[in-house]
Ligand binder design. Sequence first.
Ligand SMILES: [Ca+2]
Ligand SMILES: [Ca+2]
Length: 599
Amino acid sequence: MSDKHEFSANGWNTFEVRSLASVVHFPSGLEVKVGLMSPDREVVYREFRWQELARLGAHTPDCSYASVVLQVPECRLTVEFASQGSNLAVRAVPTRNSGGLVPFADVFFYRGMEGRITCDGDKAVADAGFTITSPEGEIDEQLTLGDAVTFVPKEGNLLLWVSENGAPKTAGDVEAFIDHNRKDAEDWEKRFDDHDLQTAFEGMWRSVIWNTIYAPSLGRPVTVVSRDWCVDGNYGDFVLFEWDTFFSALQAAPASRELAYNNVRAVLSGITERGFVPSIFCELGKSRDRSMLPVGAMIVWKLYERFGDKEFVAEVFPKLLGWHRWWFTARDGNGDGLLEWGSDNYPSPHPQWQAHTLQAARYESGLDNSPMYDDVVFDENKCTMQLADVGLNSAYAMDAWALAKMAEVVGDEKLRDELLEEHRVMSERINNMLWSESDGIYLNRYWDGRFSNRRGATLFYPLIGRVASVDRAKRIVKEHLLNENEFWGEHVVPSISRDDPAYPDQEYWRGRIWGPMNWLVYEGLKVPEYGLGDVAREMGAKCIKTFLLEWEEESHVHENYNGTTGEGDDAKYSEPVYFWGGLLALIGLLESGKMGWKK
Ligand SMILES: [Ca+2]
Ligand SMILES: [Ca+2]
């Protein structure tokens, strides 16, 4: 494990949510933002979002190097940032340039941060002792917006050099500095000899680090699902969905322990007064009415398996345990010992979020429009659905199991035994009440006793929850997961069975493939006692293939993928660079056995 380039909240990084072509220095707040202007120096582009993305380049956690290729109608623009300590070099190179556009750089202080920058001949000086120069460039006072200083090249490409009390450099020096850091970053990123695995690793990691932004209202950097969601959206300057954010930690872990920890800490900092991690935590507030699938303890356990860090387990354990204990105070509406999804009667900070409705309870499931909940009644008095959910109950059992492992790590054997007993009791209930012998699978069950026949991939969660007996696990996998009329196929695992009437919708949780769901199914196959390693291997290979289709073609890491074709862009609701599509890559990489992760 290399921590040569370990992530830090301080230093230069691509933390500015408003543009992919910018870097900010913390704690000073100095920012450099690259834009494009016309040959007669009219600004044409000042910010770049996912829509302008052509290729996400290499990016070390500490931003010793980061590059991105952008595409606008007139040209392609390659932007590179290289840093070492407080020093920063920037290079922006347009190609295929039909409009003759010229790159420029605004240098200013990040919104809300104190700082002054002034021109001094052909250089600029900024608070905190920074000197900014552009070898073979000049300052253009006409272009400048507000308190910025704007640098333009005299001809050709833009080069910029920022240093703390440092001397200006020649163009050759700056280019050599950038080239050196690029080579070093490529060496750092190189993990696999196999081309497909290496490419998948790059996509998985880059989708995380490029979605890591600084949120002024949170006062720290954090990985958000998709950075564009935090620009003028419904959430404010950051948004942390519960399971998404824990998964961002899992996905960051192969490249950066500190970013993984940072994201776990950030999501846990949103815990509500009642002790649960809210479904939504953002600048506008929290969803105090609801939580989401409890994956936190299992993911922290996975981080422990990778890093062996007892201190971190001890740090987060009390919060995870408190959240675990909230579920039965609020989500067993009919008192039968099984949990239902729900939403309490708390005001919603945003009209789109809803609260105390069936839709809000569906949001708690994380599976917003899953056909599994099409015919369910929301019980307003109990604040839950009138349906016991296999996925939720199995995740609760998984949570108890993972917390028991953590209790052992922190040396509390009594608590460990209590949690193991809780896991046993919960498993017994699920086995007694949610198993359908005639169907050979666990099924969601209405309060009136009927089984629901809407089959989602959550019905495989009794494996990762270690709820299923070996016989039942093998039977579910053989008869359902590997059944091509239901869940198996070229691309796996569809969120709803292929023979469900809603599968052809291919819209969101109506049939599409999702990284987090796949990881929960995959890890179930890896439970040693089940002996399903062959199926896991096949699944790993399929996941890599699906992931590479979009990543290699368009640098896309999709929110979700078509269950039949593996496409990402064919649906209205599938963000193009939403990090957790990278969990498909992670599954294949874990399966390769070359990831440095204890199994
Ligand atoms: Ca119940
Ligand atoms: Ca595509």
